[in-house]
Design a protein around this ligand. Sequence first.
Ligand SMILES: Nc1ncnc2c1ncn2[C@@H]1O[C@H](COP(=O)(O)OP(=O)(O)OP(=O)(O)O)[C@@H](O)[C@H]1O
Length: 874
Amino acid sequence: MASLTYELTLAGLAIGSAAALTGIGLVVTYRATGVLNLAHGAIAMVCAYALRQFVVVWDWPLALGTAVTLLLVAPGLGLALDRVVFRPLARAGSDPTRTLVASIGVFVLLVGAAALLWGTGARDDAPVLLGDDPWAQLGAVVVLACGVAAVTRRTRFGRELRAVVDNRPLAVLGGIDADRVASVGWAFGAFTAGLTGVLLAPYVRLDPYGMPLLVVEVIAVAVAARMRSLPVAVGTALAIGVAQAQLTRLHPEGWAGPLVQALGANLFVVALLVVAWVLPGVGAKDTLPPPSVPARLPPGIWLVAAVLFLLPLGLGGSDLRTSMQVPALAIVLLSLVVVTGRGGQIALGQAAYAGLGALLTGVLTGAGRPAWAALPVAVAAVAVAGGLTAWPAIRRHGLALALATLAVGVAVSRFVFAQPYATAGLSLDRPPGFADDRAYYALELAVLAACLALVAALRRGRAGRALAALRDHEPGAEAAGVPVARLKLAAFVAGAGLAGLGGALWGMSLRAFDPEAYDPVRALLWFAALVVLGADSLLAPLLGAALLVALDAGPRGGVAAALIGLLATLNARLPTLTAWLSTRAPAPAAGRTHPHRPAAADGAQPGTGGPAPDTPTRTGGTGGNHSPAGGRAQPHPPAPAGGAPHPASARRGGGAAGLRAEGLVYAYPGGVLGLDRVGVDVPPGRITAVVGANGAGKSTLFGCLAGSLRPRAGRVVLDGTDITHRPAHTRTRLGIARSFQQLAVFPSLSVEDNVRIGAEQGGHRRAGPPGQATDLALRLFGLDGALRRLPAAGLPTGTLRRVELARALAGRPHTLLLDEPAAGLDAAETADLARVLAALAADGLAVLVVEHDLDLVAGIAHTVHTMEGGRLVS
Ligand SMILES: Nc1ncnc2c1ncn2[C@@H]1O[C@H](COP(=O)(O)OP(=O)(O)OP(=O)(O)O)[C@@H](O)[C@H]1O
């Protein structure tokens, strides 16, 4: 027994050391470049194929082939990726989600290219490098880890690497060539990938799909090491490797047998799932940036698409059977429009939900349920499964959802789809009356049309607007009253359900469950395809499905992956296909805000752009007189139209005490005391100002009042009710609106929709229809007329400040918290703002202003508090 334990431990160490190599490569690349390289496994696979090509096909000596592979091919690939893909992204200031999409693009491109070059079949003749001696592999890992540690601790390059990791802009200012550091990081990362690939290849299936995925699972060890600690990465890899090997000793009876067996082969997948669910995500941001141009497709395109989709009804035989995949796949891709396109979430596991939809439908029909009844039950079950698997990650920041969905995709594939107990002999009957291929295709088209109509309605409606808002600017959406986590979950549940429906239709078209159709790599391909074609477009799923099926219908696999991968690697530099087809929105003028993201997203304050481009004309209640300030806020809020209440006139009952902070203490991680027993009153009908030098604690106080920060001690009280633990969106719904120091508008939405979100999400329900509150707020701030239909992207700062204020007031708050509202405004705009604030306070609103502009404060505030060192000193 002892010797079996020893043997298994050795075998586990061999697996663990290969995983440790990957962990080291991922950590070093991440530290040098900030990129979580999902393509690591694909690089490993390409290097393994390259070595096989040199040694087996071209008959080179093993040493020469290995040297060329590891010292030329692998680092060369890393350097090429750095130069062509990732450096341009870093220079453009791209965020982690865009680089993740690019690394998915590289993954898909390399998989496609390998399939084209070497075919899709598995090879079992990869050259053996170190034999099966685990000590040799372990030795290689230890030498490599020690080498990396020595270089980072003791050399000048190591110091530079650490400086770049700590603060890249500061390191560049200090004269460090951050690009060189990144190049070395990429070359080294690719070298470790190559080493993993050539070591693993003889013992696993060397094929373009299997090996990259095997290495992707190992991301778990790098995430467990928080993308920093090499000893933790190596230790975790070895521990999982040994535990996995020891599991093979267990042979429980009954249903647990195959499960334990699967666990013994896939413990890294479980680890990935656990780290994605439990540990904080990698990276700081987890939503895709908003689309640069809101797509408005010419109507003729839909006619062309309809005709093209109807054409296969005239086909027969294998052509019709191939075409039957298209509507089903289009529905799966449509699920990504909801989750990724609208919601901005990175979902890499849609193949699992599609497969589960097919599997459950097959199981239910196999148990005698009619297909009509089985399908909705299966779709509902998959939707619930989607919600349950995504929920732990949705509440976490960074790339947690991307990793969790990736892990779910691989885990479902390994533990369910690949298991004979779940899928053996499964067949999927078509609904009665649709057994014939042509009739079934017509049914698929009808379901697709219904799904398109449903998603179109969702996008146009309140939920669609709120989703776009959270994609564009999550804190801004939360401040407008959007329940961010709940909405993300709802989008994910809907997306999983749609994917399940598409998958089930696909299975029915084949009349069988084909695990290959739901391979996790396909999920990456589908995600990349949708992003490339335009994630927030209804046309993209149709185009994508047709393109993917058509390209892969040929004799050579990999064409679709190679093409989509190539386009995805360049995702930040090319317009999406649907954006290219769409009617252009007006081009932003020089000096305006960046169309891609609001100023708050990158921390930059855009320049003041002068008056609004279209001087809005006030209409309605005031008789259509022209705005005196070139579209600026009106000095005095106009009388409400049609006797409707003023947008900012929602009132609490008599005797309201207002908002009050009592003894707030807030400490930042690291111990800096942001607030030290601070109390402040924000009474109705008055403007309360808080001033103080930089770092005095004003923003911290503001965050505690608005609900974005939780104080360590003290209370926040609204009209006598303790709201200290209420989240930001709940406070907004209680009538506390806020603005941001840096703009928090939703660039892809029109000015009107920006304001409408405030009315829909933030408003008290009894405060009247959102449309009316929106119109009033737009008019109050001179945003009606042609301006209301323009996308917020590209409008001048002064206009966007008014949009933000109008959004806050459209929810008809009783308390208004303003964080440096005059930032970025010129003198005239600041004067207009002062008049509006005075009018709102006169109208009964409680207003708190945190401001640097002492003239503004002196002119409007009834009470002025001064902060210093986290305390209120006056
Ligand atoms: N995220 C953070 N992590 C650590 N310390 C922080 C953080 N944010 C603020 N601080 C520290 O907390 C203290 C209060 O900062 P705060 O931003 O509230 O000041 P402020 O008065 O709003 O300054 P400013 O006018 O520059 O915005 C400062 O010492 C600041 O350095």
